[in-house]
Design a protein. Structure first.
Length: 418
């Protein structure tokens, strides 16, 4: 039986596996390394986060993005976006050097068993672990607007469904959303020769500003410090102090997680959008139907009025919503016992352990508990060592109480400490 089964091999899963192996745990990690980045983001995209805020986490901080880039003759500079392909290759390099060997099979089911869990792979093998860390990224939590949700995938897709956009060359495409995914997708489509527009609920687009220089007068740094989520003290708190963030009242945490760092485009994509993409502001889709030529969208216009729009394809760049109900790989008797917060996501304690003893979670699904940093790679630097400490604490506590939901609690029992 393994000490820890890590399900997912993206930035969070690989970081957790690196820390777990260094701690001497018998760990097995599953998943295709960096699959979301390699298979679900179109070629030509760039990483929105700063290079120095995009490191996967290993205990000695040896395997950083800047080290990988330097080894290939590239300097990772503040204020210069890194191509998505380079970041994905960096993740593979990290997996080879900083993590235990990755089992690339998909885990299809996790079920509770006496003293731990059973994980079933796609080819039917069953493996047992005393603890499990779910680091399944964002793909299980795709959110598509209700008005278009029932249409065929030939007509409506999510932005994460595309590794490239070549199929839309010369076609008419409507992108729904006002964030980076929507705006960069639209820019790439326009550059392919597509007839593209962006449908946005808000009255105006938001754009991130050009980051201030890394070296600057001390008084400017005091007023707006750099952080993994952008300059400013609020962003610094979200990105650098997630443990303190978790001490905020639950209603406050839920509100911030839902509203902070809302939809916005990177400064470096603005000109590409404004020069080649039609932007329809203050519009919301109210109904949709298939037509001979594609899709007909009925829209409500903010301030009153309605509109109709015909297009060949809709790409919903409308983000992700992490809820307990979308954790389909968990057996029903495990999933339904998880205590959830106001946003429908499972609650986690201070060590990222869910209300079910031994089941840990990482990434987007923990954003309500630990803040907006968990929506970005940067959050892995806090998550990985913290979660592994929690796993070690759980392992030392022994099998007593395992398989019995703990309900609403702070973390593993306070009598067991590092």
């Amino acid at each position: 039986m393994y000490d820890l089964l890590v399900v997912g091999a993206g930035p969070y899963g690989l970081s957790i596996a690196s820390h777990a192996a260094a701690a001497g745990l018998n760990v097995r990690v599953f998943g295709r390394p960096m699959a979301s980045w390699r298979d679900h983001m179109p070629r030509g995209m760039f990483l929105k986060s700063e290079p120095w805020a995009s490191n996967l986490s290993d205990p000695e901080a040896r395997w950083r993005l800047e080290v990988y880039c330097a080894g290939r003759g590239v300097t990772a500079r503040h204020g210069q976006p890194i191509p998505l392909e380079m970041f994905a290759e960096y993740g593979l390099w990290f997996a080879r050097n900083a993590a235990p060997p990755v089992d690339e099979r998909t885990v299809t089911r996790i079920a509770p068993r006496a003293g731990g869990f059973e994980a079933t792979t796609a080819d039917g093998e069953v493996l047992r672990g005393r603890t499990v860390a779910l680091a399944i990224g964002v793909l299980p939590f795709v959110e598509i607007p209700a008005a278009v949700r029932g249409l065929s995938p030939d007509l409506v897709t999510h932005s994460s469904h595309h590794a490239d956009l070549d199929r839309f060359r010369g076609r008419d495409v409507t992108v729904v959303g006002g964030g980076q995914a929507a705006l960069e997708t639209a820019a790439l489509l326009a550059e392919l020769g597509s007839r593209v527009r962006v449908l946005v609920r808000a009255d105006e687009l938001s754009w991130n500003e050009v980051p201030p220089p890394w070296q600057r007068p001390w008084w400017q740094s005091v007023r707006a410090p750099h952080s993994g989520l952008g300059p400013g003290w609020r962003n610094w708190f979200y990105s650098e102090r997630p443990g303190l963030y978790r001490r905020l009242a639950e209603p406050t945490r839920t509100r911030i997680a839902a509203s902070a760092l809302g939809p916005a485009g990177a400064w470096w994509v603005r000109e590409r959008v404004e020069s080649g993409v039609e932007v329809l502001l203050g519009r919301e889709i109210t109904a949709a139907r298939a037509t001979a030529g594609g899709v007909c969208l009925d829209t409500a216009v903010r301030g009153g009025g309605v509109g109709t729009l015909e297009t060949e394809h809709v790409i919903a760049a409308t983000g992700f919503r992490a809820t307990r109900g979308r954790l389909a790989l968990l057996a029903d008797d495990l999933r339904t016992t998880l205590v959830t917060g106001a946003d429908g996501a499972p609650e986690v304690g201070r060590d990222f352990e869910s209300s079910y003893p031994g089941l840990f979670m990482a990434g987007l699904i923990t954003a309500a508990g630990f803040g907006p940093a968990m929506r970005f790679v940067h959050g892995a630097g806090f998550t990985a060592p913290t979660l592994v400490r929690g796993v070690r604490r759980r392992l030392r506590s022994g099998p007593a109480g395992w398989g019995v939901p703990a309900g609403r609690r702070e973390s593993a029992p306070d009598t067991v400490r590092s």
